[in-house]
Design a protein around this ligand. Structure first.
Ligand code: NCD
Ligand code: ZN
Length: 334
């Protein structure tokens, strides 16, 4: 059995920088025609100079592959003039609540203070991408943030707001309540629950923000993905950290899925009799919602076993993928 995907897109990706970028970027570029590249570097991507320089490094690291990086800026207050000059080069602006996740210390402390910039984004048609978590109890952080989405969706009806990496049934429901809300969902949140992370032995390579939730949340996300819900897009949130940062007493948040994402999705969709919905989930919905015309690229997935490497290594870096050492029943046909 085989399926050929036209221009699959990863709508939420961490490519990092320097040696880690060189190691992981080709792995995304082998699977995807393009990806929305997150700006949470140290220091963050927050100026024309840092954006252009980072895009050049991403292009250098993916040279030889057909791969369109859709660049994002780190949310802070920007003037109309700044955004007008940045507009042609950015896909959107990513808002992190201060301290919510990896490298987000410089994020937004009070949503109210961010609304001036959002108004300008609305007028210019720049999408707002949001890491939607409160600072409350870890299992409730997304749920507690939903009122912020309701407020923003109402206050800025023409602003496209993307709820990034949603993890709850309540967030899926919210998609149908506001015209201007859309969402991404990761691979791991379609598959795992908190039990897989911490219910038995602690599994650091499955630890990410937002944390995986309850079975009913996972099931709601999976049903929406399998139906290719028109407001839902695949965004891996593949977030590589070196082994020493994951297998440590303070484990960094992030699951590395870039090289296995499409084969595992094909397996998941096939097992649920929904393979014909995969194209919309990994490309069609994103193209329609964001008016994208990605480069033409065909990726053929075959029902053929592949053993996931224990570790990806190179350029002095190493990173453990999700499902390391396991055999999965689909692979990318080379
Ligand atoms: C991401 C990272 O490591 O950059 N980590 C994660 O757990 N998802 C940041 C993010 O998207 O929250
Ligand atoms: Zn992310």
């Amino acid at each position: 059995m085989e399926i050929t995907l036209d221009s699959p897109l990863d709508m939420h990706l961490h490519l990092r920088d320097s040696q880690m970028l060189k190691l992981v970027a080709p792995l995304s570029a082998q699977s995807f025609a393009g990806a929305v590249v997150m700006p949470n570097l140290v220091p963050p991507v927050n100026s024309a100079a840092s954006l252009h320089a980072y895009r050049n490094r991403v292009e250098e690291a993916t040279k030889g592959e057909i791969f369109q990086p859709y660049m994002t800026l780190f949310f802070q207050s920007y003037t109309e003039q700044e955004l007008a000059s940045l507009r042609p080069d950015i896909f959107g602006i990513k808002l992190y609540p201060a301290g919510a996740t990896t490298n987000s210390e410089g994020g937004v402390k009070a949503i109210h203070d961010a609304e001036g910039t959002m108004k300008i984004m609305e007028e210019m048609g720049i999408p707002l991408l949001v890491h939607g978590e409160s600072h409350g109890f870890v299992m409730d952080r997304e749920e507690e943030f939903l009122h912020v989405y309701r407020h923003l969706a109402t206050a800025f009806p023409k602003l496209t707001i993307c709820m990034e990496h949603i993890t709850t049934a309540s967030a899926v429901q919210l998609l149908d309540e506001f015209e201007n809300l859309c969402a991404t969902v990761t691979l791991q949140h379609l598959i795992i629950t908190l039990d897989d992370v911490a219910g038995g032995m602690l599994r650091p390579h499955l630890f990410c923000k937002p944390i995986a939730k309850r079975p009913e949340d996972r099931d709601a996300l999976l049903q929406a993905a399998l139906a290719a819900h028109p407001k839902l897009m695949f965004g891996s949130d593949s977030a590589p950290h070196p082994i020493h940062a994951k297998e440590a007493c303070g484990c960094a948040a992030g699951v590395f899925t870039a090289p296995i994402a499409l084969p595992v999705l094909a397996d998941l969709f096939e097992r649920h009799g929904a393979l014909e919905k995969l194209q919309d989930f990994v490309s069609g919905n994103a193209c329609r919602l964001h008016h994208l015309t990605p480069p033409v690229k065909h990726i053929t997935l075959a029902k053929k076993d592949m053993t996931v490497p224990d570790v990806y290594e190179g350029y002095g870096k190493n990173v453990v993928p999700m499902k390391a050492g396991e055999t999965i029943s689909w692979s990318i046909r080379s």
